[in-house]
Ligand binder design. Structure first.
Ligand code: AKB
Length: 320
């Protein structure tokens, strides 16, 4: 039976992903980790939880040995906006954390490491539409720099040490359980919360800003499908493009208006616009489709209906 450590299990993706992994592999076999943020009761009560930072190699090693870990999923990252504010913190968490994970996994001869990458690996010189799997990777953010280096490091450990390292380039992830923190695509989550609470939203990117996005159930499915894929069938390892949907801020608002006609949006682009402008409109994910059968389930309207239903119920219960 697998023994999985999820680093960064308190974040937007980790908080939902860890609970789903526990359903598959058993509560006791999925060890959750966080640095500072208090975990939800669900996370805390459903299985082991340990506070430590992967930037401390000694701590990481200690907990991997304590639980006999054979698989690490490294969800911890400083995202694009906070990374521009604190580049050295982004370097520390995203790079030092990652190299510690890879080294401990190599030392302990682990079965697998999964490290998400991001559309932030792309930059202004990358083709913007249907961005190819193999293309120009010259990001302009520190987050993007660390994600490109992370992909290269992952592939290096596969080639040099035969370690099973896998990764996928997440687009903006939209969810209703834990808010994202410090990313450029956060507007696509905040807009739903504000639509439910106040029926209006001021968006920090322009109406025609288009980015690749994905609903959380597809994000979790993509991550688990990649973890469970047959390693011998993979030609790529740490850098799979994964597409689901792609829309402008204006199209997102129009989708919400179909279900909340009184919803109003205004646009006040700020410093985050430049980051959004440096990323693609949509990605070509044919490598993920061919090598491990990737297929998303949600389009924009299906996601909007589900987001508004879940957040509407939470709002009625006073939970927003
Ligand atoms: C961000 O906006 O920084 C992240 C990402 C696209 O990786 N959500």
């Amino acid at each position: 039976m697998k023994k999985i450590l999820v680093i960064g299990s308190v974040g937007q993706i980790g908080s939902e992903f860890t609970l789903d992994l526990r359903k598959i592999y058993g509560n006791e076999n999925v060890i959750a980790n966080g640095r500072k943020t208090k975990p939800s009761e669900k996370l805390l009560k459903s299985g082991p939880f340990e506070f430590f930072s992967a930037t401390n190699k000694g701590d990481l090693e200690f907990y991997c040995k304590k639980y006999n870990i054979d698989t690490i999923v490294n969800m911890a990252a400083i995202l694009s906006v906070v990374g521009e504010d604190k580049p050295m913190l982004a370097w520390d968490v995203n790079m030092n954390g990652l190299i510690n994970v890879l080294e401990v996994a190599r030392d302990m001869k682990m079965e697998q490491v999964l490290v998400p990458s991001s559309i932030a690996v792309f930059g202004p010189e990358t083709p913007v539409n249907n961005t190819p799997q193999e293309t120009i990777l010259r990001p302009t953010t520190m987050y993007g720099v660390t994600k490109v280096a992370g992909e290269l490091l992952g592939d290096y450990y596969v080639r040099k040490y035969g370690l099973d390292v896998r990764g996928l380039r997440y687009p903006g992830i939209i969810s209703n359980e834990t808010l994202p923190g410090g990313g450029t695509t956060d507007y696509a989550v905040a807009i739903y919360y504000e639509a439910i609470k106040n029926k209006k939203y001021t968006c920090f990117v322009k109406e025609d800003t288009q980015l690749p996005m994905m609903y959380m159930p597809d994000c979790i499915k993509a991550t688990i499908d990649l973890m469970q894929a047959d390693f011998s069938k993979l030609k790529h390892h740490s850098d799979f493009n994964v597409g689901a949907m792609s829309f402008t801020a204006g199209e997102l608002a129009a989708s919400i208006k179909k279900y909340i006609p009184e919803f109003e949006i205004t646009y006040a682009p700020d410093h985050r616009q430049a980051i959004a402008d440096s990323w693609p409109n949509s990605v070509d994910d044919s490598a993920a489709r061919e090598e491990w059968g990737w297929r998303p389930a949600y389009d924009l309207d299906a996601m909007t209906q589900d987001m508004l239903k879940v957040l509407g119920e939470k709002h009625k219960k006073g939970l927003l």
